[in-house]
Design a protein around this ligand. Structure first.
Ligand code: DLL
Length: 447
């Protein structure tokens, strides 16, 4: 046996990159590479997937029509329903023999969406996850505690392969069994925690309840994603876990985690890996592309995916892009924090609200735990929003205290977000805790 030791990070490798040459490529060269790969991807989709052939023909475009990156705007969008309509395997662009893996989304309504990978796809995914994790501060030799769920969800295996590719030692815990997770973090001394932000918060809370001072452990970086979270939540996780928390983004239809990731240098937007993906922002109403810097729906085209090419996939995620140079030296553009999907947006009496905005307000309140659920109810013909929050442990919590606290939070939300709601404050430990992606909204409005 060769004794593996964790290598503490020396100042010299603070700006380590997994693939420096690509990550710092001049934007003009990146554009040329994208054009060449986009041509391949469009032809691959058109020639091999009946859905794309029909959609391109109906729009009157062929892959040869693409002369510049800007011409992509003439090609049709792909939406989640296209995957559902072609369930399970009809969107695949290679014979089944060439596939090595399937993943699927849980599909809260209707059929799940199935996504597929060739050996080459899995290999590129591992590279992009390694690149992402290195950007977030992971280094070869680090122990990586991977609390993303293993299984059909892409989080567990995506982070697993990426960490191995980077040269890390993976602890494949998956989600759940939080007491044991705390023990393992303590005993193994992992330097990196991969989890959803809501689950990371659950781990912090369980550690505190067990009397374990997680802040004094070697844990130094959190690579958190798979759900929207706020800057306020980042500060809470930094502080409670004693780490530098970074944001990672991805979606199964495009690949899984590692489509974009923050660098721990700036922590101001997620570098989208433009050598493998082309990012656009569109106006979700007019469907017209918007210039860099404007907020709208993120649309992604894959440039190198073999099994499941995605052409102009509408993510429903609302964000904006930045091409400002980044302090880390990476040239790939940044995707600003995704505040939520447009289908998660609530419209309460004419005011648009994302659950992550409620989270941001609750976290700032000292006597309140950052656990919450939004309950949608009917008040006559109108939609009403009730927020269930929890008083922090150790804070006085008789019935009157809880009612007074609820009133206070209601005023706070009204003044910060501008939306009217009622607030029910519950005793510590009463709201469900996240094991993966947190369920933020309970809709009791009926059909
Ligand atoms: O959640 C992949 C993933 C795993 C990403 C682990 C990061 C870490 P899906 O289950 O297909 O894939 O869900 C994708 O989750 O369209 C967003 O709405 C949301 N999402 C993912 N990452 C973020 C993030 C994985 N960092 C959907 N911020 C996406 C906000 C996110 N939302």
């Amino acid at each position: 046996m060769t004794g593996q030791t964790t290598s503490p990070i020396s100042a010299g490798d603070a700006d380590f990159m997994f693939d420096r040459e690509t990550e710092t490529m001049a934007r003009s060269a990146l554009g040329e590479l994208q054009l060449e790969r986009l041509r391949w991807s469009l032809a691959h989709a058109y020639e091999r997937v009946p859905h794309y052939r029909r959609a391109f023909d109906a729009a009157g475009v062929t892959p040869e029509k693409l002369k510049s990156l800007a011409d992509l705007r003439h090609f049709p969008f792909t939406v989640k329903n296209d995957l559902r309509d072609n369930y399970p395997f009809s969107m695949f662009a290679v014979p089944m023999n060439d596939l090595r893996r399937l993943h699927a989304s849980s599909g809260t309504t209707g059929k799940p969406t199935v996504v597929a990978y060739t050996r080459g796809d899995i290999d590129r995914w591992a590279d992009l996850m390694a690149r992402s994790m290195a950007a977030a501060g992971a280094r070869p030799g680090d122990l990586v505690h991977n609390a993303y769920g293993y299984g059909l969800f892409t989080g567990g295996l995506g982070a697993h392969y990426g960490a191995e590719r980077l040269g890390c030692i993976v602890v494949p815990v998956s989600g759940g069994g939080t007491e044991r997770q705390v023990t393992l973090l303590q005993d193994f001394g992992s330097r990196i925690l991969c989890a959803t932000p809501s689950y990371a918060l659950n781990i912090a809370e369980v550690a505190e309840a067990q009397g374990v001072d997680i802040r004094s452990l070697p844990l130094a970086r959190g690579i958190f994603g798979a759900e929207p979270w706020s800057e306020q939540m980042r500060r809470a996780l930094d502080q409670r876990l004693g780490i530098t928390a970074t944001d990672i983004y991805g979606l199964s239809e495009i690949m899984g985690p590692g489509v974009a990731c923050e660098c721990d240098v700036a922590r101001a937007g997620l570098h989208g890996w433009e050598d493998h993906f082309l990012f656009e922002i569109i106006d979700p109403e007019t469907l017209e592309p918007l210039p860099v810097g404007e907020t709208g729906e993120l649309v992604i085209t894959t440039l190198t995916k073999e099994a499941l090419p995605m052409i102009r996939y509408r993510t429903r995620d609302i964000t904006r892009l930045s091409d400002e140079p980044c302090a880390c030296g990476r040239t790939h553009l940044r995707i600003l924090r995704v505040t939520g999907r447009d289908d998660d947006m609530l419209i309460i009496r004419g005011v648009n609200v994302y659950p992550s905005q409620i989270e941001a307000v609750l976290i700032e309140l000292p006597a309140i735990s950052p656990h919450y659920q939004i309950v949608l109810e009917k008040d006559g013909h109108l939609d009403a929003m009730r927020i269930e929050a929890e008083i922090a442990p150790g804070v006085p919590a008789d019935e009157d205290d809880l009612i007074a606290k609820g009133r206070e939070i209601r005023h706070h939300i009204k003044s910060v977000i501008g939306v009217s709601c009622t607030v029910t404050v519950k005793r510590p430990g009463t709201l469900p805790r996240s094991q993966g992606k947190a369920v933020r909204v309970r809709d009791l409005r009926g059909g």
